[in-house]
Design a protein around this ligand. Sequence first.
Ligand code: FES
Ligand SMILES: [Fe+2]
Length: 448
Amino acid sequence: MATYLAVPPTEGTFPRDESAEFPRARGDAITGDRYCSKEFAEREWQKMWTRVWHVGARESQLEEAGDFVVHNFLHESVVMIRQKDGGVRAFYNVCRHRGNRLVMSEEGGVDQHLTCPYHGWKWNIDGALDWVQDPEDFPQGNPCGKLRMKEVPCETWGGFVFYSFDPNAVPLMEYLDPIPKLLANRDLKNWKRVVWLTVRVNTNWKFASDNFNESYHLPAVHPQFEPMIDDHYSTTIFEMYPSGHNRMIEKLQPSSRYQNMNEMKPLWADVLKEWDVDPAAYEGRAQEARIALQQARRKLGPERGWNHFAGFSDEELTDQFHHTCFPNFTITGTPEGLHVFRTEPDLDDPNWSTFDYWYLSPEIEGQAEVPTLYGMRPWVEAQHETALFGLAEAKIAQGDFLSQDLAVAVSQQLGLRSKGHDDAYLAEQETRIRRFHEVINDYLEDRR
Ligand code: FES
Ligand SMILES: [Fe+2]
């Protein structure tokens, strides 16, 4: 039977938070309408999306004062702008003259003003209105000095720029707690986004939080990982935090699900060889090689330019740290980098969503290129690529896990719409999924 932990694990030196609990859930049903009804999607907008913090950009997109990034979310649009004092402010992307959308491009830079294309009003990057045509012709008074762009809360963490539609939003660090603490060993602000891919997928936005909240799907969907990712619940750490965020930690070692978990298999052997660990020495005790790999990376990391290893705990040198940050921001820390998923609802149809995959990599000294899901990429900020699901195929030895996940997301959406579906029948290790839906319900029913 399961060895679920009643309290947060005390073994190991990786960052942890005392608010962590073993997954518990009330038992709210995960019904199909949540994924396909327009009425439900509208309630999500009214009660939840208008309250939470949204990830809008990377700070690296805003190098100089006047640089801006536009983020469209459903029918809304927000423009985030670097200020002269180095801060970032965010505004509704709308001109207060007669409501024209101010900026139509995805990103760019201005010296001092955003100029509305309709009647030419000039909005200062700090939100003030500096110039209008015929200022003397306003009987109610010159709007300059009176009007400002409508501002929304905007804060940064780890190089990510967040905004909220809620003027009374709690401070970002309070909202994210304890995620920043758990990722404290990674200097995310200085890691570069070397892959920036946006895919339109015919599935509801919630698929990602659901899917990345469990590792139960690994054997069926990603069988290729069996020799190197331990997906079994008996060795996985599942945590939930009062803030609604979750964490799951999987060990890098052959899966404990199988009798032959201590046989050395090719994929695992390759990982070990790369770090001068002799696979033959671990034949018959393949799982023990995880510790050997930690030691090898600790020792060889600096001379190979993997300087970020110096700040990592032993576990972080091997294991996968999956964080689901409520509601739609999933961050997985691996020894090599950070996989970021952001899913957002579609403007017209809850059966569609936008899936963003960002891969952040630390600098590896002496290497101009870093390994990614899409092959070796230069260690520079990536250009934005967009695709319809099915057109972006990764080519890595471990197989394209992202396309595998998206493929089941599409087929699951078809089933969730059926009258044949009324609730999920979850394993204990999937509890975080029900809990995710319960946090949504807490927003929709005014308990948060
Ligand atoms: S709507 Fe922007 S200047 Fe008129
Ligand atoms: Fe997956």
